[in-house]
Design a protein. Structure first.
Length: 152
């Protein structure tokens, strides 16, 4: 797996703006647009850079490293991010974010945490970067298996 940096994307969406560049639909409208554009179910960390470029990183592995190190899976070249800042860990009960002895800490929904189980829509702050956890349970246009089974 190749390290991900804010300018390297796996998913991109447009953001509607006024003529002066301000967003019309609110600060977090891009998350809804990102979800609409996802064709594959899965768990993602989404990020919008200072240039309004939206990126999403698929969380498929048992461990995902976030930090400033070249060895990080999600890499931020930023002094507010520690070399080994946080880990996303897949456990039987879901995904957790762990603070990996960072200097500035890890915040989930505004609260500093040592570790926290992630739920769809959670905001994770790493240094000055705001990442959003998206759990997309099914692709657009697909019916749940129970609906399909009822019709057979």
């Amino acid at each position: 797996m190749e390290a991900w940096e804010p300018d390297q994307t796996t998913a991109q969406v447009g953001v509607s703006t006024e003529g002066d560049g301000r967003e019309v639909t609110g600060d977090l409208a891009w998350i809804g647009e990102l979800r609409e554009g996802m064709d594959e179910p899965g768990q993602y960390l989404a990020y919008r850079g200072s240039d309004d470029q939206v990126s999403a990183f698929t969380l498929e592995r048992e461990w995902t490293r976030i930090g400033r190190s070249l060895a990080a899976d999600i890499r931020f070249d930023d002094p507010t991010v520690s070399r080994r800042h946080a880990l996303i860990v897949r456990q039987p009960d879901g995904l957790r974010v762990l603070d990996d002895r960072s200097l500035n800490g890890v915040f989930v929904n505004g609260e500093r945490v040592e570790w926290s189980t992630l739920a769809d829509g959670d905001e994770i702050v790493i240094g000055r970067h705001h990442l959003h956890f998206c759990d997309v349970s099914r692709a657009r246009g697909m019916r749940p298996i129970t609906e399909a089974a009822d019709r057979v």
